[in-house]
Design a protein around this ligand. Structure first.
Ligand code: FES
Ligand SMILES: [Fe+2]
Length: 384
């Protein structure tokens, strides 16, 4: 019997620790300060996010992404986006453990199965057949990184749209989507500074389409007041893309109508998500009571296997109760959106998976994940 050391007994606490045994990612923690250590594979069955990023509360592990909770036996006890717990939601048992010489060891024969390999990475050759954002027009770049290669703009197939340069290495399968708001002179537009993340563009797109993570990942910005339950919604498909309209409750303390006592702070919002392969995304938020509209254009550039560049453009109409928001209001909105994006990037830093899983059985999709399921199907189709 082969026992592999993973951590000193004394360094393991109620704060989960990421470790490896024989190259297999594991996590170890104590459900209570004096309890025996517990070891599981370092991935949540839902979206494979590391459970080493989870927090322990009342003896339960709470996943950092969507707040699913697991007890010390691995049983799933809460799925906040819906009331019920789907079968297969529990964690597979971790390897047997033994403590000797002050060190926790795991049984080599009991190690969990490796991560799935059917992943869409940033260097997938199929991505050559798509339009990719490669920089803001104002950056005046000569060369860009895309799909692990360097492209000279002067020698490539390019076009300009929304103030950005787009590049398609090979004949693109589908064009850029249209966004009526961007051409509407009533809208005020503003770019966020482009950001970088080590997560693959597929995972970044999945994160953008996901609503169920708001209360957990965005607790410090806007998430704390968000509904945890995600109402049923529908998704309609388009060529290499999809669209979904969802109505949500949210708190709108900045609405002048609230300050004037005309409207309650709890209001309705209509969120329209638009996705087009490979990584074009749009979210249009209409405040149904206050009448303001905010559109977020969101694009990901798969630069290399370990780097994705993110472009976010915001378009406003009626924010702050005036048709033309002032520069100050726009700057405030941009700063807020940057703080929101930073929360997503923080979790993405911790991902151990190198691409978006495309096989349905490798993750555990629930009702709230309908958009993510469409994303995976569309990208699998784009790749074939
Ligand atoms: S709850 Fe863990 S990834 Fe969604
Ligand atoms: Fe987010």
């Amino acid at each position: 019997m082969q026992w592999l050391p993973i951590a000193r007994d004394a360094e393991v606490s109620t704060r989960p620790l990421a470790v490896t045994a024989d190259g297999v990612p594991l996590m170890v923690y104590r459900p209570e300060p004096d309890a025996d250590p517990v070891v599981f594979a370092d991935r949540c069955p839902h979206r494979l996010v590391p459970l080493s990023a989870a927090v322990v509360e009342d003896g339960r592990l709470r996943c950092a992404y969507h707040g699913w909770e697991f007890d010390a036996s691995g049983a799933c006890v809460t799925v906040p986006s819906q009331g019920s717990i789907p079968p297969r939601a529990s964690l597979p048992p971790g390897p047997p453990i033994k403590i000797f010489d002050g060190t926790i060891h795991v049984l080599a024969a009991g190690l969990p199965a490796p991560d799935p390999t059917e992943l869409l990475t940033n260097e997938d050759p199929a991505l050559r057949h798509g339009w990719h954002p490669v920089g803001l027009a104002t950056e005046r770049l000569d060369e860009v990184q895309l799909l692990g290669e360097t492209f000279r703009l002067a020698e490539s197939r390019t076009q300009e749209r929304w103030g950005m340069i787009w590049l398609a290495p090979d004949e693109p399968k589908v064009g850029l989507f249209t966004d009526p708001d961007a051409d509407d002179r009533d809208y005020v537009g503003a770019w966020l500074p482009p950001a970088r993340t080590p997560a693959s563009a597929g995972l970044v797109a999945d994160n953008f389409l996901d609503v169920a993570h708001f209360p957990f990942v965005h607790a410090k910005t806007f998430g704390a007041a968000e509904e945890k339950t995600v109402p049923r919604y529908e998704v309609s498909t388009e060529p290499y893309g999809c669209r979904s309209v969802q109505e949500q409750w949210f708190d709108n303390p900045e609405d002048p109508g609230v300050l004037a006592g005309i409207r309650p702070v709890r209001q309705r919002r209509r969120a329209t998500y638009v996705y087009r392969a490979p990584f074009q995304l749009l979210l249009r938020l209409e405040e149904l009571d206050a009448g303001a509209v905010k559109t977020i254009l969101f694009f990901a550039q798969p630069e290399s296997a370990t780097s994705t560049r993110i472009y976010t453009k915001m378009l406003f109409h009626g924010i702050g109760g005036v048709p033309d928001p002032s520069a100050e209001v726009v700057a405030g909105e941009v700063a807020f959106e940057e703080a929101v994006l930073a929360e997503d990037l923080e979790l993405q830093q911790r991902l151990r998976i190198t691409g978006l899983p495309l096989r349905m059985r490798d993750e555990l999709h629930v009702r709230a994940d309908l958009l993510g399921v469409h994303l995976r199907r569309i990208l699998a189709d784009f790749r074939s």
